[in-house]
Ligand binder design. Structure first.
Ligand SMILES: Nc1ncnc2c1ncn2[C@@H]1O[C@H](COP(=O)(O)OP(=O)(O)OP(=O)(O)O)[C@@H](O)[C@H]1O
Ligand SMILES: CC(=O)N[C@H]1[C@@H]2OC[C@@H](O2)[C@@H](O)[C@@H]1O[C@H](C)C(=O)O
Length: 375
């Protein structure tokens, strides 16, 4: 097991939007953040996206050779060229997520990645948590805790990731450790960008509603919004998590609307899901820091600002990088796994007790950069 000490860790995340791979370096001991390094974004081509999109909903054992090749190639390209890194955290591409059913599936081969890059790779972060009764997601909260301490926060605050799906983390930075009771409460809020992207693509061939341009021209249709909010998911107490397409049916609620009203209404639904989520915070947070691509949608951000009592700001307001925060999270979590520290706890995934998820693959015949016995 790795001894406490700083390490230059590289994390890679390819999110539910299927837009590409984010990779970023963090200098961390898995508890504190000491600094940030380079980052890279490697977009999936339209053809790669189509292959991955066709693989959504599939499980291990299905024929996924082509999709696996896409994931491996994109990651090798994204992760080469970072120089000296001690450890890689490899999230993989989520294809399916059914924590109360078949489990969770992140496509990717950490063994092959470790061989190709000659660096130890931590991967399969979510399965162990599910085996112990957890949701397997979200996992960024333990990194959010480290970010809150890095910022020097002294009062509870919240992080919101607006990716394909939204997830919210309430953090009490006055606690010493993230797994302490009352330090974290986290859960997926609901759909964020995924339904907006699906509709702009289907109707206009556009991958997303850039700068909220369409939503700005439309109106939120209240009847559709209310039907959406009737979803039992919003009544469930956290922790709770979602599959990317869990809310696919909501698109039917806007089918009859023109493009602008449809996208405005879906944007309103994403905001309303966050507002519902904020009601679960144990104490009002002093600010809401937003990460993920949705922070670049001014219409969505404005809807949140109008409805919430606390300031709503992109994470850049505190010097963090909202395009790379999830990639950094998996670098930080990889170091925690290598040190045997928990990566989730009852407050973040509902797991029975704190658990250190993830598997470590070491390249064969490599110069060991980590202590302890190899695989
Ligand atoms: N300028 C912009 N205007 C509006 N929306 C934007 C803009 N830039 C990015 N987005 C939205 O953000 C999405 C990408 O967000 P992000 O990269 O955080 O998602 P992800 O990492 O794939 O998702 P997840 O966190 O759910 O795994 C895009 O697909 C788009 O919907
Ligand atoms: C199963 C899965 O991949 N979930 C993702 C997804 O994207 C956002 C939300 O749903 C969150 O639960 C999670 O990712 C973030 C990075 C997390 O684990 O914290």
């Amino acid at each position: 097991m790795l001894k406490a000490g700083r390490i230059r860790a590289l994390g890679a995340m390819s999110g539910t939007s299927l837009d590409g791979v984010d990779a970023a370096v963090v200098e961390t001991d898995g508890e504190r953040i000491y600094g940030f390094g380079d980052s890279v974004y490697r977009a999936y081509s339209a053809q790669e996206q189509a292959v991955l999109s066709a693989a959504l909903g599939r499980w291990p054992g299905d024929d996924l050779d082509e999709a696996l090749e896409v994931v491996q190639r994109a990651h090798i390209e994204a992760l080469s060229g970072f120089g000296d890194v001690g450890l890689i955290g490899f999230h993989g591409q989520t294809l399916a997520h059914e924590p109360q059913g078949r489990g969770t599936h992140q496509l990717g081969d950490g063994d092959a990645l470790a061989e190709a890059l000659r660096v130890p790779v931590v991967w399969d972060f979510r399965s162990a948590d599910i085996r112990l009764g957890g949701e397997g997601a979200p996992l960024a909260p333990f990194y959010h805790f480290a970010c809150a301490q890095w910022m020097g926060a002294t009062a509870p605050l919240a992080f919101l990731n607006l990716g394909g799906v939204g997830n919210l983390t309430w953090v009490d930075p006055r606690r010493d450790r993230p797994e302490e009771e009352g330090a974290l409460l986290a859960f997926d809020t609901g759909p964020a960008n995924a339904p907006i992207n699906d509709v702009t693509m289907a109707r206009r061939g556009q991958p997303f509603d850039r700068d909220g341009a369409l939503a700005r021209r439309g109106e939120v249709v209240q009847g559709a919004l209310e039907l959406f909010l009737d979803e039992p998911y919003f009544l469930r107490m956290p922790p709770k998590s979602l599959d990317r397409d869990a809310f696919r049916d909501m698109i039917a609620l806007v089918e009859e609307l023109d493009d602008a009203d449809a996208v405005a209404t879906l944007t309103g639904m994403s905001a309303a899901a966050v507002l519902r989520g904020m009601e679960h915070c144990p104490e009002p947070p002093e600010r809401l820091l937003v990460t993920g691509g949705g922070r670049k949608n001014p219409v969505l951000m404005e809807m949140l600002r109008v409805a919430l009592d606390c300031p709503v700001e992109p994470v850049e307001a505190v010097g963090l990088d909202g395009d790379m925060l999830e990639a950094q999270a998996f670098a930080h979590l990889a170091v925690r796994v290598a040190r045997g520290l928990p990566t989730s706890c009852p407050g973040t995934t509902g797991v029975r007790a704190g658990v250190s998820g993830g598997t470590i693959s070491r390249p064969s015949h490599a110069i060991r950069t980590m202590g302890g016995g190899g695989a």
